[in-house]
Design a protein around this ligand. Structure first.
Ligand SMILES: O=C(O)[C@H]1NCC[C@@H]1O
Length: 362
């Protein structure tokens, strides 16, 4: 038999009869990966006509089979502890190019800004959003996220999308400020809690005796994870409109530079199961801007630059409109950044593989 040179009819390896064959598009934004499964690409995740996205997310979280496929895609050997994914499905919102279920090493999140920066491009390039007949220009692309519809704006040159993308967040707000929590190993710690499509605890790393730019990632991850667990245990988070998003997703350690400046401010986001964002974290930038606006540290349309302390990648953020979210004074935040394609993959599995649904090193 001639050696196989590349994809063709017989390229797939021996695999479980009737087992999954999952095609993905691989992207990143600011270094944070995104493994995308297009609508219909994951058996069992089809969204019947009109099924609300949040119901589909609940089904994903409750189904051992679907969670097994999440682990197959996210965990080793096909992924790794810090892999991130978007499982796309039909949305009940007619204006949405797709519904997005964001998955990571532990489960599913409510918002993912770096993913929206990727998905706006993919929607145009893969036909989920028809490009404008008018030809080149900036194109609005609505991605239906668990936190709500997010409108992104991607450039289109008539043939393909461009790498720079921006999006307008869902209403973002400060949920608590100067909250004291007791963090095992660190004592009493003062944090803020804010929502940018997902709830995060915020504090400067120096409050934990660390430096967000020079401390070891391991030390930052351990400290941030301890803060997350403490806030989860000591603060009841709630969202006025969507109960599914009412959970502390992670902790963002900052350089403490919250007052407006033209200089970038550094942060690192630790979320899910000690997972580290390589990007500045789009939903985290959204929540940080909302917090800074709440504290009167920035004005509308003042752009700030956010740098990921893990890779140095940059996103920008600015509050563009005051809104209400229940009783909260909230803002719509515009986040911008660049996303890129890194390839495609096809994943299969063999029935007798004892690690067929993946594993994570502790
Ligand atoms: O950019 C973001 O918002 C996402 N990146 C990984 C963690 C967050 O969901």
């Amino acid at each position: 038999m001639a050696a196989r040179a590349g994809p063709g009819a017989d390229w797939l390896p021996p695999r479980a009869p009737g087992g999954p064959v999952i095609h993905t598009v691989e992207m990143h934004a600011g270094g944070e990966p995104l493994r995308v499964v297009l609508p219909g690409g994951l058996a069992g995740l089809e969204a019947p006509e009109g099924l609300p996205l949040l119901a589909l997310r609940r089904r994903l979280l409750a189904s051992p089979e679907l969670d097994g496929l999440r682990r197959l895609l996210m965990h080793e050997p096909r992924g790794h502890r810090d892999m991130y994914g978007a499982l796309l499905a039909r949305s009940e919102l007619p204006e949405a190019a797709a519904g997005a279920l964001f998955v990571h090493n532990e489960g599913a999140s409510s918002m993912c800004g770096h993913a929206v920066l990727c998905l706006a491009r993919l929607a145009l390039d893969y036909g989920l959003r028809r490009p404008p007949p008018a030809g080149p220009g900036e194109v609005p692309v609505t991605i239906h996220c668990p936190c709500g519809p997010v409108v992104a704006f991607a450039s289109w040159d008539g043939r393909r999308s461009g790498s720079r993308v921006r999006f307008h967040s869902v209403p973002a707000f400060a949920a608590a400020t100067d909250l004291t929590v007791d963090v095992p190993g660190y004592g009493k710690v003062v944090v803020d809690v804010a929502y940018g499509g997902a709830f995060y605890a915020f504090l400067s790393a120096e409050r934990l005796g660390l430096d967000v730019s020079s401390s070891k990632i391991r030390d930052l991850v351990d400290a941030a994870s301890a803060v997350t667990e403490a806030v989860k245990a000591q603060f009841k988070v709630c969202h006025p409109l969507i109960k599914d998003v009412a959970f502390i997703y992670g902790t963002i350690l900052t350089d403490g530079k919250d007052a407006f400046s033209d200089e970038p401010t550094n942060n690192i986001c630790v979320f899910a199961d000690a997972q580290v964002d390589r990007s500045p974290t789009g939903s985290g930038v959204t929540a940080r801007i909302a917090l800074q606006y709440h504290k009167g540290l920035i004005q509308l349309d003042q752009t700030r630059v956010f740098r990921s302390s893990s890779t140095g990648s940059l996103f920008t953020g600015k509050a563009v409109k005051e809104v209400k979210c229940g009783d909260h004074n909230a803002v719509i935040v515009e986040v911008s950044g660049e996303s890129f394609y890194t390839g495609t993959s096809t994943f299969t599995m063999e029935d007798d593989d004892p690690l067929k649904y993946g594993f994570l090193l502790k």
